[in-house]
Design a protein around this ligand. Sequence first.
Ligand SMILES: *Cc1c(COP(=O)(O)O)cnc(C)c1O
Length: 338
Amino acid sequence: MAYITLNKKHFFHNLDIITNQTKSKDKIALVLKDNAYGHGLLEIAFMAKEYGIKKAVVRCEVEAQMVKGYFDTILVLAHIPQKADAKISYTINDITTIKEFPKHTKVQLKVDTGMNRNGIEMDEMEEAFVQIALYELSLEAVFTHHSSADEFSDTFTMQKQNFHKVKQHARVLAQKYKMQELAFHSCNSAALFRTEDFDEDMARIGIGAYGCLVMPQEFDIPPLKPVLSLYANKLSTRVLQEDECVGYSATYQAKSVCCVSNYDVGYADGFMRSCSNHYVTPEGVDIAGRISMDNSSFLSDAEELLIFNDAKEVAKFADTIAYEVLTSLKNYITRKIV
Ligand SMILES: *Cc1c(COP(=O)(O)O)cnc(C)c1O
């Protein structure tokens, strides 16, 4: 069976670099949404705890419950719970939903500073504070999300300036409505590495910890190392004569006599079909023809084949981003920490 390895040394190396930037492990909120970017939720939670990470960010309640034992606090990005939980805080993504949170729920207010996706409008802040007080929710933090931190764009600067205003306003409102002192956070991986003197209360770090952050060279990001590798095993092997073809629609044709084997990873497992016909493994092995649902053919007769050890490279072949390559990997694939 195809399997995934998770390189603990690389993961810790990345966390060291990130800690250097946040100046404290305690300020890293590790983003574990979507099966920890395909790495395996529990495997990454386990290693993060060993490293000393105390905060996690997840997408939904199911993920939060699964990793509750590993962290001190968890932020859920998109869920309105049935009851409050001492360890879990929930995101307010829209002002109309504030009334739906149960009394005493820990909440964090997401403010839209220019991405125009989720979060309340900047001019809805006071109304949001009024409602949070009225429905007796426990507001812990105010945060925002950047749309363009990983590229040259004025939007990044504009959102930073907007969030600066949001912070000032939120501090005033917290006093006015007699709330606890608020925490603030705005950085994803890319934004953190573009911040010289990080002074927020935490940073929400996903792709950087997994070693697959891509940014223009000019930003001079320290060398992060990919954590995840995908391997496949041989199902069968054969010798092709000149002009014989391989796979669906016979898109690969042998130029001369060669050996081709079929390996047990396909697009159903998350090996993206758009890599068909032109993918080359990190060891220089060429793909032969189209990727099938459960398998794919390569010009090799090795028993076991390294399919990839850097999702950023696969992303280039598949014309997508490392995030999609990683989160496409199905959760039934065995993950081994090495
Ligand atoms: C996914 C996500 C992150 C993590 O972003 P990376 O680019 O992977 O570091 C941070 N914040 C929010 C709100 C997210 O949805």
